[in-house]
Every structure is written in C-alpha cells, then in structure tokens.
Design a protein around this ligand. Structure first.
Ligand code: DC
Length: 226
C-alpha cells in the first residue's frame, strides 16, 4: 500500500520545519525540507564565487546531489556528499536564496527531484509550493502561518539560543521582504492551495500544532484504509 503524502506550506518562520520534523518522528514518516534544497543550491553558487548567472545556477540545481539523514533529532543535509546542515542557514545564504528560488529552471530541476523523493509516500514535505505545484494530490495539505511579529520573535529567540546577535526589527524586515519575494514570483509562488487546511499558529505552541497535524494525518490514514 502506498503511504500518504503530507504537504506543509507557509511563509518563513511559521515553524514548518520544527513541526514537520516532530510530526514525522511521531508518525514514523520521512521528512523532506525543500527549503534546504534551495538553500543548498544557493550555497553551491556562493561557494563558486561567480556573479549571479541563471544558467550557471540552473546547472548546479540540475546536477546537485542533495540528501537528508535524520540523526539525534536533527535533519542532516548533504550536498554532493558533504554535510551542509549548518552552512545552509548562514545569513549569506538566507539573503541570496529568494533570488535563486525565483529562477524558473532551478525550480523545475528541484521540483523534479522532490517528486522523486516522495517515493512510496509516508512522507511529510514542507516548502512554499508543495500542495500547489510539487504534489497537488497530497492527501493532507496544510498552510501553516503566523503573524509577522510572532515569526520574527521566534527567529529572534532561536538566534539568541544559539548565542548569536540578533536585531528584532531587522529580522522582522527581512522576513517581510522574503514573504513578499516568495509570494510575488512568477513560478511556484507561496500560495495556499484551495483545499489546504489553514493553520494560524500565532497563539499556538509547538506541541499544540504538532498534535493538530498528527491528528489530521491519522484521520486521513483511516479514510484511506476504508
Ligand atoms: O523555508 P526556508 O526559509 O528554508 O526556505 C528558503 C527559501 O527557499 C525561501 O526564501 C523560499 C524558498 N523556497 C521555495 O521557493 N520553495 C520551496 N518549496 C521551499 C523554499
């Protein structure tokens, strides 16, 4: 029997990866972070030292070997055999990734890889266009969001916990800019699928959101097995 596919989309800082990771562990599903794939291609481009060149970046996306390995609560990311889990979260990558993710051919290449990674299902995939473009047939679709203040606050606390310096207003501005860039690009923009469950987590904690999502998946599993 083919397992279910769970698509979680939403803006930066809504908690998609934290929640998806927890829910996947609880459900015994695999977790695929598609934002990490766009970040990995961006890292490869920055490491090349070249100036922004769409066809060069497309070549990187077409040949990049990106894989995931869950390990002690972490979702380790590998690019061409090397671990890049931390490197893809750098400020440089974060600042450049929206421009890379707006290149139509980069999206084509990564969407292709994402569909292959769905394999036999039992997968939670998170991103911006999973329920709309990558896999509209997903049996469970969730649009996870939160107010921009709250998302900035979460990022701020995350940075502080890592002992990094953070400026709340600047984080808020960066998040709002990324929302705008992600929502207005021509290909695969951030958009709620008409049949996705809209979940505003502004006033919910991680456990409440995780419980809500695992509940939705369990109901869909029952439905699928009837
Ligand atoms: O979720 P994140 O912040 O790691 O995503 C990084 C960037 O990649 C974000 O600016 C939007 C882009 N992205 C995308 O365009 N499509 C996806 N499916 C996932 C991420």
């Amino acid at each position: 029997m083919k397992g279910l596919v769970v698509a979680i989309d939403g803006p930066a800082g809504a908690g998609k990866s934290t929640i998806a990771k927890k829910a996947a562990k609880r459900l015994g599903y695999a977790y695929i972070d598609t934002g990490a794939m766009y970040r990995a291609v961006t890292l490869a481009f920055l490491q090349s030292g070249r100036k922004f060149d769409e066809s060069y970046i497309t070549g990187l996306a077409e040949t990049a070997d990106i894989s995931f390995r869950p390990e002690d609560g972490k979702n380790r990311v590998y690019l061409n055999g090397l671990e890049v889990t931390e490197a893809i979260r750098s400020r440089e990558v974060t600042a450049a990734v929206s421009a890379v993710a707006a290149i139509a051919k980069v999206r084509e290449a990564l969407v292709d890889q994402q569909r292959k990674l769905l394999g036999q299902g039992s997968v939670i995939m998170d991103g911006r266009d999973i329920g709309t473009v990558v896999y509209p047939q997903a049996q469970v679709k969730i649009f996870l969001t939160a107010g921009v203040e709250e998302r900035a606050r979460r990022r701020y606390l995350e940075r502080q916990a890592k002992g990094e310096k953070a400026d709340f207003e600047q984080l808020k501005q960066e998040i709002a800019q990324r929302d705008e860039a992600d929502a207005t690009r021509a290909v695969g923009p951030l958009k709620q699928a008409p049949d996705a469950v809209y979940l505003d987590t502004t006033h919910m904690d991680i456990e409440e959101v995780t419980a809500c999502i695992t509940g939705l998946v369990r109901s869909a599993e029952k439905e699928a097995n009837r």
